[in-house]
Design a binder for this molecule. Structure first.
Ligand code: GDP
Ligand code: MG
Length: 329
């Protein structure tokens, strides 16, 4: 009799633990080993594609006269491709001497791809741990992009530590911590107002202690004319360079919806930090996706990833041919 009571109590306790500890539906849908779903670039770039292809299909249906070449250039400029790059592309298409609209379209596609080809866009991984430092203006998508990057790296079997060196804005540390928890990656935080360079240092220390191979460091957003914050950023750079030898990836996050203004921001940052890659975010929210060409031309820094939405799977490596085809499709 006592045995039955004890067994029933044990059973209840075990069931209780099972139900209390069972993760919620939302948590289980975010487990790390779920592969990132394939994101359809064409649908995410719909705004840019509609703006560009809509105008182009009208053009390619007509004669290839002077008005055609002018309008082709105007169409590219309207898509934020930038005046210099637009002129270069149009000259390239003209030089190919297309015989009809179809040939001109093919040539346009090839010129756009060629203009974006060449630079190395892969993440660099030369040190152990390897460092990704993320910089840029407030609200461009730094913290979200870090979560997306961590997600990709994690899926490629990298062990990741996130360092919350945006100690300036209240809430920024919690935002990154929340992503770290959802992804199940290591997190090194701080109090608001703490020295960002010390957070960067502790993130490196933590990575070495647990054998992680990638450290991603978030930083506070800043404008290039904020001298104190720029000096603070320089200190973070010095600490990471000292600890890692070289910062493999200094990623500038640029919001594509700001168009040409993003280029001005980019140029300012490139002058202060050793930026060697751009993450162009919010490509889903703009009709001016052509800005990717202008930004590379003006800064000479390769766009390495594009953000195409707010979820953690919405970051894609930038592949020129795939991108141009999605735009012109
Ligand atoms: N639609 C869209 N929203 C994005 C993208 N990247 C970031 N965001 C949103 O932009 C806002 C600011 O992002 P956050 O990462 O906090 O910017 P931070 O201040 O640079 O760290 C958030 O609401 C994000 O969800 C993107 O690629 N597409
Ligand atoms: Mg942030």
């Amino acid at each position: 009799m006592i045995g039955v009571v004890v067994a029933s109590v044990l059973l209840l306790v075990v069931l209780g633990i099972f139900f209390v500890r069972r993760p919620s539906r939302e948590e289980t849908s975010l487990v790390a080993d779920r592969p990132p779903p394939a994101v359809s670039l064409g649908s995410r770039l719909a705004k840019s594609r509609n703006a560009l292809s809509g105008r182009l299909s009208g053009l390619f249906g007509g004669p290839l006269n002077e008005a055609f070449w002018d309008q082709l250039e105007e169409t590219l400029i309207a898509a934020d491709v930038g005046p210099v790059t637009s002129a270069r592309i149009v000259n390239g298409v003209r030089d190919a001497k297309p015989v009809d609209g179809q040939a001109a379209r093919t040539s346009l596609r090839d010129e756009m791809v060629a203009g974006l080809s060449g630079p190395d866009r892969a993440l660099h991984m030369t040190t152990n741990p390897s460092v990704i430092l993320v910089v840029g203006v407030n609200g461009t998508g730094k913290t979200t992009s870090i979560a997306k990057l961590a997600r990709r790296l994690q899926h490629d079997d990298h062990r990741v530590v996130l360092g919350a060196a945006d100690t300036f804005r209240a809430g920024a540390i919690d935002q990154l911590r929340m992503w770290a928890n959802r992804l199940g990656v290591e997190f090194v935080g701080a109090e608001t107002g703490a020295d960002p360079a010390s957070v960067a240092y502790r993130a490196m220390e933590r990575a070495r202690a647990i054998g992680a191979d990638v450290v991603i460091v978030d930083t506070a957003g800043r404008l290039h004319n904020n001298k104190n914050l720029m000096e603070e950023l320089a200190k973070v750079v010095r600490v990471l360079e000292r600890e890692a030898g070289v910062i493999d990836n200094v990623m500038l996050v640029v919001d594509a919806t700001t168009g040409q203004n993003g280029i001005v921001q980019a140029e300012a940052f490139v002058g202060v930090a050793p930026v060697n890659g751009i993450i162009l975010t919010k490509m889903d929210g703009t009709a001016k996706g052509g800005v990717v060409a202008a930004i590379e031309h003006e800064t000479q820094v390769p766009v390495r990833f594009i953000g195409v939405g707010e979820s953690m799977d919405d970051l894609l490596p930038f592949e020129p041919a795939v991108f141009v085809d999605a735009l012109l499709e």
